[in-house]
Design a protein around this ligand. Structure first.
Ligand code: B4P
Length: 191
């Protein structure tokens, strides 16, 4: 199995690049953002709880997202690998993921981290907010809160994987195609 984390701040292109990567490599795409939005759309108790956090630009509690990922790993046996998009976002989530993968006798091969400036992130998310209908993309102060959550709680996740020499930084500004090529180059070196 080849398991990969696509890492970066909100709006860095994780969702965009994930779509292209799963098409090329056939991995199972696990986006906690997509899973949470699906729970919200179905108005499940978990979705209603998550919405309170997402609407304020805050991270959803660890136990909620870890539970979702644990279920997804169990219900997808036999895949060639997992592409984690937007997960893990805290040190506790990273430790939980490593344990879950250990139980499956596998591990994270690499974390590819997309680097994008804050002004470009805000521009992209406000732009997406005009058409996506996402409540967390329309208000600049909520977008800035999401970036702050990333700086304080999510960035340490890269330090965690750096300790195992698993992080590669990729320039996340440029055309979608240029960034995709840079990601594939790093993946192909390792597969
Ligand atoms: P996510 O769904 O993960 O969303 P995101 O980080 O905001 O966006 P992403 O990075 O995937 O978007 P993309 O750049 O592709 O999270 C939403 C919320 O859910 C979080 O704030 C949190 O509350 C909660 N959540 C999710 N996972 C969690 C977890 N593990 N723990 C706790 N809470 C969690 O796209 C952005 C825009 O940029 C698009 O419009 C795209 O078209 C554009 N774009 C992409 N690439 C571009 C390029 N190269 N040039 C120009 N524009 C580009």
């Amino acid at each position: 199995m080849f398991n990969i984390i696509l890492f970066g701040p909100p709006g860095s292109g994780k969702g965009t690049q994930s779509q292209k990567l799963i098409e090329k490599y056939g991995w199972k795409h696990l986006s906690t953002g997509d899973l949470l939005r699906s729970e919200i759309a179905q108005q499940t108790p978990l979705g209603l709880e998550a919405k309170n956090f997402i609407d304020k630009g805050q991270l959803v509690p660890d136990e909620v997202v870890i539970g979702m990922i644990s279920t997804a790993l169990e219900t997808n046996p036999g895949v060639p690998g997992f592409l984690f998009d937007g997960f893990p976002r805290t040190a506790a989530q990273a430790e939980a993921l490593d344990k879950l993968l250990q139980l499956k006798k596998t591990a994270i091969a690499v974390m590819l981290a997309l680097d994008v400036s804050e002004e470009e992130l805000v521009k992209r998310l406000l732009n997406r907010g005009q058409s996506s209908g996402r409540s967390d993309d329309t208000d600049e102060s909520i977008i800035r809160s999401r970036i702050e959550e990333y700086e304080t709680k999510t960035k340490p996740v890269a330090d965690y994987y750096n300790g195992f020499n698993k992080v590669v930084h990729i320039k996340g500004e440029g055309s979608v195609e240029e960034i995709f090529e840079a990601l594939c180059k790093e993946i192909d070196k390792r597969t």
